[in-house]
Design a protein around this ligand. Structure first.
Ligand code: F3S
Length: 391
């Protein structure tokens, strides 16, 4: 049985409005399913289910109903990517009907008090919970990063449960909020050099399938940037449902069960995974920034395409705030001169890519490779930047 504080009981009794009552009902239902004994305060929430492509009319109605019932968030809350770049949607051929619905969704979230960050990498725009801090984040790649790289604590929330936590300021205490769940029983000894983002994406894609929702622990990775860890976690979260991983000597936690299973990942595994993800075709569009690019990644692309123009259209997806920095530093101009776009607020997976006229899309992310194929009906081209931009 879950024990509620006086304030939580008042929320559940409807004393703080119908939207709060409804949200507390969701959290109590979750607590019962997962045997949580109490609620714990969370310092931030990240809400998914923002694109009209993913939530449709039913989602929009649900949000407008919450607005009517007076829903307001209690804690800092921000949004996952939407279905379009809010400033550039017209020139990117986003259908007008789609755009109108998308704007209504963003308006509803805004009325609830949620920051229009529209990014899956809030940690690159200054939202970085500390080690041990409890949060309620929904985007699977951000969950993997927050738990693993920052050492914060969140379960992999659904859109409605993250929103409920945002409105009530609490979440049930179970799963990755507890020490006992933050232990790996699956160790991967990496026996090959991981040089590029695509290498980390392929490793993540292969290991996510094997690990499913067990937290994998890696040995043998000597060096990894935050951007590479971002792609590793995102790819495991997509091909499996990994929400926490450890890298020996790199992540703030590294807890292994004494009877953990051990496997190796070799150069030949890396090669096989990469070739399975790649149809070998010439892409119509290359999409970078899954999860959303950091300013360093945008700089890297600008430096590459500034020297040699890619042979296809390309986007770098990022947060609006990061794009503004890229604009100031001149990276956006260099990318546009080379035939690309720095796309904010959205990404290749949650925008209506097929309706925008694309069938063959390139990526260096294991997560995008999976979802472009499964959710966006794209033929996927996979590889490092130099391979996919100049094929
Ligand atoms: Fe982010 Fe879209 Fe990839 S939400 S993690 S860029 S699929």
């Amino acid at each position: 049985m879950v024990i509620l504080s006086d304030k939580e009981q008042k929320m559940f009794d409807g004393e703080m409005g119908e939207a709060t009552r409804q949200s507390m009902e969701i959290l109590i239902a979750l607590a019962k399913i997962y045997n949580a004994k109490r609620m714990i305060p969370v310092t931030s929430a990240q809400v998914s289910g923002v694109s009209y492509k993913t939530i449709g009319d039913a989602g929009l109605e649900y949000l407008e109903d919450l607005v009517q019932k007076g829903a307001k968030v209690e804690i800092p809350t921000f949004l996952n990517p939407a279905g379009m770049d809010i400033m550039q949607w017209k020139k990117m051929n986003v259908p007008e009907d789609f755009a109108k619905k998308q704007i209504k969704i963003l308006d509803a979230y805004s009325k609830i008090g949620i920051m229009q960050s529209c990014t899956c990498t809030p940690y690159f725009i200054g939202i970085r919970p500390k080690k041990g801090e409890h949060i309620a984040w929904a985007e699977s790649s951000a969950v993997a990063f927050a738990n693993s790289v920052l050492g914060a604590r969140t379960n992999r929330e659904g859109g409605p449960s993250a929103l409920a936590a945002a409105i009530c300021g609490v979440t049930p205490e179970y799963g990755l909020h507890l020490d006992e769940s933050r232990v790996s029983n699956f160790v991967v000894d990496v026996k090959c050099d991981l040089k590029t983002t695509a290498d980390f994406g392929a490793l993540g894609y292969a290991i996510g399938k094997l690990a499913k929702d067990n937290p994998p622990a890696f040995t043998g990775i000597k060096i990894a940037t935050e951007e590479q860890l971002k792609v590793l976690g995102a790819s495991m979260a997509a091909s499996g449902s990994v929400a926490l991983f450890f890298v020996k000597g790199i992540t703030p936690e590294y807890n292994i069960a004494s009877d953990a299973e051990k496997i190796t990942f070799t150069e030949s595994d890396l090669k096989t995974t990469k070739s399975k993800l790649d149809t070998g075709e010439k892409p119509q569009l290359v999409t970078l920034g899954c999860p959303h690019a950091s300013i360093n990644e945008i700089k890297q692309v600008a430096e590459l395409v500034g020297k040699r123009k890619p042979t296809c259209e390309f986007w770098v997806c990022t947060a609006r705030k990061t794009k503004e920095t890229a604009d100031k530093l001149g990276y956006t101009k260099t990318i546009e001169t080379a035939g690309g776009k720095v796309v904010a607020d959205t990404c290749m997976v949650v925008c209506p890519l097929k309706d925008m006229g694309y069938d063959i899309t390139g990526t260096n992310s294991g997560k995008a490779a999976k979802y472009l194929q499964d959710l966006c009906k794209q033929r996927v081209v996979f590889g490092k930047l130099e391979e996919i931009l100049y094929r």
